[in-house]
Design a protein. Structure first.
Lengths: 114, 383
């Protein structure tokens, strides 16, 4: 399993348990994420604390899962991005696509406002 | 040598001494080994990294070597990794069962290490040859069908010198695409895109995107629409409604060069900032587009910039392969490293050729971890 999940205040915190998020793992990651979405989980927070590098295939999986989440009326946020990854999100405007929060507390608070 | 250049081996054996001996011997020969003292741990390691070859013991508690192999055979991403049984068993019936499971070979643990190394090297060489042959065949079919995601040369325009460089990931055709659409004598559309993903999947979809882009550019121009933001908007809407492309995302930088006005109209979709060198004050800045990746939302927030360049000014469009690096600590993304390294070459005579000869680009060709593409535009005097 790539995602280690737990539920807090109605929000699923899914910790990505890999250091290098790349093409090889993108499909498996998407499958696990879609399983969560299909289970009807409305608020999903992806925790990047372990991730040091993300390639474009993995970002592609994230975005297509987000599209699926939106279609299912779910929302998805990301937390604990390292500086390089946050820069990449800003450079490619993915900061406008995903809700980015510094930590779990902020993400859970924001999710419960929806 | 970086880990990325070394062939990797997954060693699976419940005997720690065997693991250690094999690791040391194979590491000395230039292989990078990952060790697992059980098949289950091996399966976990495979979730994080795919090795070039797997060497596994047969007799192990919990899950033996055959069961491990059977497990891998059920997984399409793992079944093709060459698998060798490393065992002290010599029973021919066991060996026969192993071959049924498409184990490529057996190596007895008593085999001298140099022989083990040469067996592995030969096997990897054979696999690599087969691989190259397949790529060659596919590439020749693509060529026969005239499928190109990168043109052979850039057009020559009055007042603008255009150059480009493209290096596919590990020499596989990939997701980056480049095009120069000479719409009419006045307008030429410069395209640089990157379909997310690598290798054949991304390469295949790059044609779908390119077809839409070419069609949208032509249709817009027929209707008198030369705004790059409006063209991107149209492409995005088409992509959003195409079920085949529904899960495929692409970046796009689009520049419409107007040779009559000597101006460039630029809009981008999730693309990296364009480097802008101004000759007048020798400054190097970036131009950031506002649009989202193609195919995310109906409203991609595309806006455009019209650039009035002066003679000697230069623009560089790049894809993300240029900003990904690998060092001993692992992989990182760093946008600034490229301008910081080659920025001093902008503004010099034949700057593009100099950049191409710079160690940054030479190293990118060798150690790259994704498709790499650059389009370079220099404004020239028209007098």
């Amino acid at each position: 399993m790539i995602l280690k999940t737990k539920e807090e205040d109605g929000v699923i915190i899914a910790e990505i348990q890999i250091k290098e998020a790349n093409l090889v793992l993108a499909e498996q990651f998407k499958k696990e994420l879609l399983d969560l979405i299909n289970m009807g989980k409305n608020h999903i927070v992806l925790d990047f604390r372990n991730v040091e590098y993300v390639d474009s295939s993995f970002l592609g999986s994230m975005v297509s899962s987000l599209k699926m989440a939106i279609a299912n009326k779910s929302d998805m946020a990301v937390i604990h991005l390292n500086k390089d990854i946050e820069d990449l999100f800003n450079l490619t405007r993915l900061n406008k696509v995903f809700n980015i929060y510094p930590n779990k507390r902020m993400a859970v608070m924001a999710a419960n406002k929806f | 040598m970086l880990n990325g250049d070394k062939k990797t081996i997954l060693l699976v054996d419940d005997n720690h001494l065997v693991l250690e001996i094999m690791d040391r011997a194979l590491s000395r020969e230039g292989f990078k080994c990952f060790k697992a003292d059980s098949a289950l741990k091996g399966i976990n390691l495979l979730k994080q990294q795919l090795p070039d070859i797997i060497l596994s013991d047969y007799e192990m508690p919990e899950m033996n070597g055959f069961e491990f192999r059977e497990h891998l055979m059920k997984d399409t991403s793992l079944k093709h990794i060459p698998f060798i049984f490393l065992t002290s068993m010599t029973d021919t019936s066991l060996m026969a069962r192993g071959y049924e499971l498409e184990a490529v070979d057996y190596i007895l643990k008593e085999t001298p290490v140099p022989v083990v190394v040469s067996k592995i090297t030969n096997l990897l060489h054979a696999v690599s040859l087969q691989h190259q042959q397949s790529i060659k065949e596919l590439s020749s079919v693509a060529q026969a069908l005239n499928l190109r995601s990168v043109p052979q040369e850039a057009p020559k325009l009055k007042g603008f010198v255009i150059n480009f460089w493209h290096k596919p990931y590990q020499d596989y055709p990939g997701g980056d695409f480049v095009d120069f659409i000479v719409v009419n004598p006045r307008y030429t559309c410069v395209i640089l895109g990157d379909v997310m993903g690598k290798r054949w999947g991304a390469w295949f979809f790059s044609f779908s995107f390119l077809s839409y882009i070419r069609a949208a550019v032509r249709l817009c121009v027929f209707e008198g629409e030369f705004s790059t933001a409006a063209i991107l908007n149209k492409i995005n809407r088409v992509v959003m409604h195409d079920p085949v492309l529904n899960e495929v995302l692409s970046t796009l930088s689009m520049m419409m060069i107007d040779v009559e006005e000597q101006s460039i109209n630029y809009a981008g979709a999730g693309d990296l900032p364009v480097l802008y060198y101004k000759k007048e004050d020798e400054s190097l800045t970036t131009i950031k587009s506002t649009g989202l990746l193609l195919g995310i939302f109906e409203d991609g927030s595309y806006t455009e910039n019209t650039l009035k360049l002066n003679s000697g000014d230069e623009l560089m469009l790049i894809t993300d392969g240029i900003i990904d690096f690998e060092d001993k600590q692992g992989k990182i993304t760093d946008y600034n490293r490229f301008p910081d390294t080659i920025g001093h070459l902008l503004g010099t005579e034949n700057s593009f050729d100099r950049i191409m000869k710079h160690s940054f680009i030479i190293n990118k060709s060798i150690e790259q971890i994704d498709d790499c593409s650059i389009i370079h535009i220099r404004k020239e005097s028209i007098l």
